[in-house]
Design a protein around this ligand. Structure first.
Ligand code: CDP
Length: 224
């Protein structure tokens, strides 16, 4: 088996990218990287330290002070921000509301993309995000672009987070996803866009098992 198979999974907010990416990585024994968790951790740092997203000096300094680390246990993303486990906090609403603004900053993207490219160097990897097949790994072995009905996406995310965010309504979640999709697709740098050679996967009516089968069919020829 080659040791540099890269599977890039991009798509809209909450359309099952990480569910698919984790399952695929587990099945194929690849490394899994949730690039969104990195932007979320940076957004958390910006929130905690009141970093002004228009102040380039503050941003540059903040990026020097941010050290991210992934610890993958059973393909669940555990991310530390300066040695503090923040995997749960980055999923809460304050971070979801801030992250797309922070992810649009040039300096932030440059640094995250650099780290992501390093993680995929000479390894078999599945990475999910918004710009993986376009900017991070434009020569990825397989590119999948995921989409699903916005209402279905909001319902799925609502079910996932309502335990930890009991005050959140389905409408709040719907609006947050719509807002992030808007920001992610219209930003100047590396906007969310389907790479020309990405395979579209609409999972509105698919179960997690069905979407895994779809993706495995695309990746298997490169693994055998
Ligand atoms: O899981 P969900 O779809 O809610 O989003 P995520 O993958 O955790 O990503 C959170 C946010 O980070 C996105 O809305 C984007 O603004 C940003 N992001 C990005 O700009 N580029 C990536 N490669 C991954 C995430």
């Amino acid at each position: 088996m080659s040791n540099n198979i890269v599977v890039a999974i991009d798509g809209y907010s909450s359309c099952g990218k990480s569910t698919l990416a984790k399952a695929l990585a587990k099945k194929l024994h690849f490394i899994y990287v949730d690039s969104g968790a990195m932007y979320r951790a940076v957004a958390l740092y910006f929130l905690r330290n009141n970093i002004d997203v228009h102040n380039h000096e503050q941003i540059t300094q903040a990026l020097k002070n941010i050290h991210l680390n992934f610890h993958s246990r059973d393909y669940q993303t555990h991310i530390t921000l300066n040695d503090e486990e923040v995997s749960e906090e980055i999923r809460l609403m304050p971070v979801s509301e801030k992250v797309s603004e922070v992810a649009a900053i040039h300096e932030v993207r440059r640094e995250m993309v650099k780290q992501q490219q390093r993680m995929g160097h000479s390894k078999n990897i599945v990475m999910d995000g918004r710009d993986i097949g376009t900017t991070v790994f434009p020569h990825a072995t397989v590119k999948i672009f995921m989409t699903a009905d916005p209402k279905v996406r909001a319902e799925r995310r609502f079910k996932e987070i309502t335990g930890k965010n009991p005050e959140i309504t389905l409408e709040d979640v719907f609006e947050n996803l719509a807002h992030r999709d808007y920001q992610d697709t219209t930003r100047e740098e590396s906007p969310l866009v389907r790479a020309d050679d990405a395979i579209i996967l609409d999972n509105t009516d698919l179960t997690p098992t069905e979407q895994l089968e779809f993706a495995l069919d695309k990746v298997r020829p490169f693994v055998l």
